[in-house]
Ligand binder design. Sequence first.
Ligand SMILES: Cc1ncc(COP(=O)(O)O)c(C=O)c1O
Length: 394
Amino acid sequence: MARYNFDQCIDRHGTQCKKIEVLKQDYGRDDLLPLWIADMDFAVCPEITEALVHRLGDHPIYGYTCLYDGYWQSIIDWQRERNGFEFTQDEVTFVAGIVTGFGLAVNFFTRPGDKIIIQQPVYYPFKDVIEGNGRICINNALLPSPDGLYSMNLEELERLMREEKPTMMVVCNPHNPGGITWEPDILRKVARMARENGVIVFSDEIFGDLTLFGHRHTPMATVSEDAAAVTVTCGAPSKTFNIAGLKSSWCVVKNPELREPFFKWIEINELCNANLVSIIATEAAYRHGGPWLEECLHYIEGNVELVQQYCHEHIPGIVAVKPQAGFLLWLDCTGLGLSHDEVVTLFRDKAGLAMNEGSMFGEAGKCHMRFNMGSPRSVIHQAMRQLEAAVKSL
Ligand SMILES: Cc1ncc(COP(=O)(O)O)c(C=O)c1O
């Protein structure tokens, strides 16, 4: 029997909710259904709220805070049990966010003018961080697969590593926006070439706990000795437990030659100083959030199936690509026969929906939209009705 109510519509107005507050600024209208930025509209598991209320409400001093053994152990236990990712307390540090962690890795391990490989379509801040820090972004474009997902172009990757001499590459694992859980064998090949070519792999595993439809997440650093030697992994409870606003993430580096100087630099510059709220919520989430997460994933699967079925029956020009992980659904709108700009206008102005337009993730994302499934079913259904009406009005 369901213990948590994911059907509940919670009004997020007046709660500093970015999804709502920047609608006018980013979409030009504030009356759109907000289905874009990747947080969920579900209440967090009660144990997180209870832990925060207990600490903040029952004790009135919020002074300097230290990271404590129970906090570290909650991350270590969760990763070992859920993903088979084993590391010790020495091998993990706190970072305030995944993009923050990426920025730290770029600044520490690479120099201005260095080349860094990404694989588009992919989460757009990677490119921004690379270029914003004066590094050169190289795209090893993902190859479209018949199922609407993507595969890595390993031949081209090897050529780029050999000829362009990048110092880093990013693996979005699982992949956003495709929702792909990369196979261990693929990750092993990437790690081998990275090691042979002296490339550090930054593995963004923020969606690693959110696997769907029986798929499994493979932490990059676990696939081989090569992978353990070259990988800097960042993960977080933020997407998993819907606590992105608390800014809590972790970074694991298995190879001491990379880790020791990197972690020392982070520590000296106090870049790993966590705030009280983030660590309390993180421990509560990892210790007690498992049952909530299982129900949440099941609910997201239901939302995905609803959209797939709805498109199939009523909007055949749009294909909802079945994700293997995450709560983001990649809508392939090429069948509508519209230009990319027309697709964007259709969703925003005719359907009244605020989603992420696919071109944000690179050229290959044209005529795609990214639809956030982390909302109550009634909202997802409403969005589909609005979309259907808009398409039929064309
Ligand atoms: C793949 C991926 N990495 C990182 C982030 C952002 O993480 P953070 O807020 O911890 O920087 C997101 C947010 O949507 C994401 O999709």
